[in-house]
Design a protein around this ligand. Sequence first.
Ligand SMILES: [Zn+2]
Length: 421
Amino acid sequence: MYLTNAMKFIPKHPFFSVVLLCLSFTLLSCRSAKKVSFKAPVDTTTKYIKLQLKQTYNLSDVGVYASNDFDGARLNGFEKENDSTAIVVINPENVPINNSPYYAFKTWTNSPKTFYFKFKYPKGFKHRYIPKLKVNDVWSVIDSSYLFKEDSIVTIKLNLDKTPIIVAAQEIQSTTDVKNWYTELARGKESYVRIKSAGESTLGRNLPVLEIYKGDREQKDLIVLITRQHPPEVTGYYAFQSFLETVLDNSQLSDQFLHKYRVVAFPIMNPDGVDLGHWRHNKGGVDMNRDWSIYNQPEIEQTVKFINKTLKKNKSKLILGLDFHSTWYDVFYTNKTKESTSLPNFIENWFLSLEKNIPSYKVNEQSANSNKPTSKGWFLYGHNAVGITYEIGDKTPKDSIKLFGKVSAEQMMNILLNNNY
Ligand SMILES: [Zn+2]
């Protein structure tokens, strides 16, 4: 604002523009968070994205409706192929983008009818997610006898009537659902779970953060939990939920842990992408998990500032960062550098104890230092902390996810309390 006003009084000469640019750069950089450099930088400046038109499609001569008019929906077109089949057009928010073709729409008819839906993605993208169906508020996975695959083109069959069915790539967990969950989780725990805000997304959605500790707030080492940088990665979010619920489960372990350590947990890093039904990016058309170097995107910039401010204010050290995602299978991506971190033996001991405490479970670890600006690399290069990308498979059953989340939280607390790192 003051710069805009000041500009009116500065003669329009290239020299003055340069001075002004330098001045504004200095002012901005004073206030910005410390950058972290990576071997393979990625351009994370804001890109154009194409917003889907929110509407209800009506194939009037066959009496079938489809709508994307809700948070988390994605439907870019709905066209009649013949009297029993519609083409479901699904496009990404922008390209290039990886193959995570997310879709979600609501469909119904006025009178009962069996109808087919054929998925159509742009060239180069293939169907990935098995459809989940929500009827009368209950989610289920589509029965395999209702799913047909021909040359990688997927068609599903549904028995429609007046009750809308939501068809989605993954169960929908919108910003409202996430808020309901953490509000409920924190209820009755107000003295040690503080719901705060790290700021706002590009479209003004809240960036919530739960700050958790008991007793004296100073000099407690910090553990950072984050999730939903990538909107469709709901199975990773379920592990995050189970993990945090265990940290807050009122057990003796939890009580001791929270007297010694502080946790900050970010339950929805990309609220715009989640509610807009994105495949991977935020409103800025960027993969947020490549922006942990110079923080072009507001979500990452404000998250980093919040973490750094918390550390400084409480004279504490970031020791561990877990970033919950989903991919094709369960895997932990770790950094190769372990010895020089604050917890040199943590990973080894954690994985051993997971295998010991989860029946017939074998840890899948893929270890490499991050060249690209991911959160995992930021934890290591920016803080000398252990950084782990905690990936849950797209198809991992919910009860297994719950168990992984629970046991991994318990074992983390055990190891950190027993100085077994
Ligand atoms: Zn991811």
